[in-house]
Design a binder for this molecule. Structure first.
Ligand code: EPU
Length: 458
């Protein structure tokens, strides 16, 4: 195997090279301070929102993650002129938006699901949109039926082709009454980005109300939109004819913050996450405290640390906001392998998000996944058709193993497990982690982790 230089190692993580392999020497607490910037799940959508304006937008707090590069490529393929006057800042000028070819969109989209959100803005700007087959992390079926039904309700013609979808709206989009079958984050964003310039008023029921969606609404309001968030998951959008560019600083990445918090617990460490804020993490902080994790809310971040005594088991159900995010369970499951007793984590948002636990078991964990959930425990979240439960019995010492990163959050949990484990682990395909964790190798180094990057193939 070839050892890479430190610089190429760091730039590999910056751009997210899929094939990289890390060798991790675990068993050492992670300690120190790192910073989180704008949320992946807002920044990428905010970039798409810039397409709706008739003047340039400026977005601040943009992290160096490969999903941002993907969306940038897609926007540039559509004629948006993008510049980065300083690190973390993007200017996006949509003055000359053009149609892009399928091949070009496909080349840029890679495994991202963001292209589906281009529909509304492109229908407004060009009267048509091409959407390629969508990828994203393999964490369930991840259909787009809610998106397409909403677009049809707003007046779009949807034609499925062999390699994607062609949408047209020769007469523009018109406001509608839409009720989502589930408070889907993406479908809510779809309706916002499409209805904001439609003729008339749209009432969206059963909408997602995640903090990233509230931040997107704030951006659209800055652009000139009229959107009210009403009780019981209802969002009302009064269409306007024109929108202008925005100046906005993205909300912090609460999923990244929660991941580092779990890393502190799993490795018996002490990590201060600069930029993390309490309000958006309240549900996570409650669970963290129940497990025995310590935290202190600072003026400019949150400090998380291991209590120095045994951790306690918990029962958690993932849910839409304000519930426990599905993206928080993977890193927390690693910490729960060290709790004294039996924990149950119920995944109710995605039907296939426990694949990462196989690797944890190879590292010594005792996790049993019940593919159809567990009906007997007291449930707060109503049972969905497809769900899974993981039963984690601890504490189990973890030892090093060779594992392959399956998806973004699962991959980060493997990193944490390897850092908590005794001995050496080899983790391949780590580039996926750069999709959503900014400069994670630099941060690991700042926190005192011992690792090297090695090439996957000679
Ligand atoms: N769903 C449908 N049909 C649809 C859309 C969704 O059945 O048309 C189902 C999904 O299959 C899933 C559930 O609804 O079972 C929730 O999906 P949702 O639409 O809320 O998720 P998403 O918009 O695809 C975003 C984040 C995810 C995050 C979820 C839940 C982005 C780019 N992705 O996905 O983030 O887990 O919301 O909060 O914003 C990640 O960051 O690693 C990640 C996967």
């Amino acid at each position: 195997m070839n050892s890479l230089t430190k610089d190429s190692l760091m730039s590999a993580a910056r751009v997210g090279l899929g094939g990289d392999t890390l060798r991790i020497h675990g068993g050492k607490p992670l300690t120190g301070r790192i910073e989180v910037r704008g949320a992946k799940n807002l920044v990428t959508k905010a970039m798409v929102a810039a397409l709706l304006g008739d003047s340039p937008s400026t977005l601040k707090g943009v992290p160096e993650i490969s999903d941002v590069h993907v969306v940038r490529g897609l926007l540039e393929a559509h004629g948006v002129v993008i510049d980065s006057p300083e690190p973390g800042v993007l200017t996006l000028d949509p003055s000359n938006v053009v149609s892009a070819h399928f091949a070009e969109i496909n080349a840029h989209a890679g495994s991202s699901r963001i292209p589906i959100l281009f529909c509304g803005p492109l229908l407004h700007q060009l009267g048509e949109a091409f959407i390629p087959d969508l990828g994203g992390c393999k964490i369930g079926d991840r259909p787009i039926d809610f998106h397409l039904d909403a677009l049809r309700a707003l007046g779009a013609n949807v034609k499925k082709l062999d390699d994607g979808i062609h949408l047209t709206a020769p007469d523009g989009l018109t406001g509608a009454h839409i009720e989502l079958p589930f408070p889907s984050v993406g479908a809510t964003e779809q309706v916002l980005l499409s209805a904001v310039r439609a003729r008339g008023t749209t009432e969206l029921k059963n909408a997602a109300i995640e903090p990233e969606i509230m931040d997107l609404i704030a951006i659209l309001q800055k652009m000139g939109a009229i959107i009210s968030v009403e009780p019981n998951r209802v969002i009302v959008i009064e269409g306007v004819e024109k929108l202008r560019g925005y100046l906005h600083t993205a909300i912090f990445d609460r999923n990244e913050a929660a991941s580092w918090a779990a890393a502190a617990l799993a490795t018996r460490g002490d990590i201060t996450v600069g930029g993390a804020e309490q309000q958006e993490l309240m549900t996570f902080l409650n669970v963290y405290r129940k497990v025995g994790g310590e935290f202190e809310v600072l003026e400019d971040g949150i400090r998380f640390w291991h209590p120095g005594c045994a951790l306690k088991p918990v029962q958690v159900e993932t849910d839409v906001h304000p519930g426990f995010m599905t993206d928080w369970q993977q890193p927390m499951v690693v910490a729960l392998t060290q709790a004294d007793g039996v924990s149950v984590v119920h995944e109710t948002v995605y039907e296939n998000r426990f694949g990462f636990t196989e690797a944890l078991n190879e590292m010594g964990a005792d996790i049993v996944v019940h593919k159809d959930g567990i009906a007997s425990i007291t449930r707060r979240v109503p049972r969905r058709k497809l769900e899974q439960a993981a039963v984690i019995t601890g504490p189990t010492p973890l030892h090093g193993a060779d594992v392959r990163v399956p998806d973004l959050r699962g991959g980060f949990s493997h990193l944490i497990a390897a850092l908590a484990a005794s001995g050496t682990s080899t983790i391949s395909n780590v580039g996926i982690i750069a999709r959503g964790y900014e400069l994670f190798l630099d941060k690991l180094q700042q926190l005192g982790a011992e690792f090297e990057v090695v090439a996957t193939e000679a």
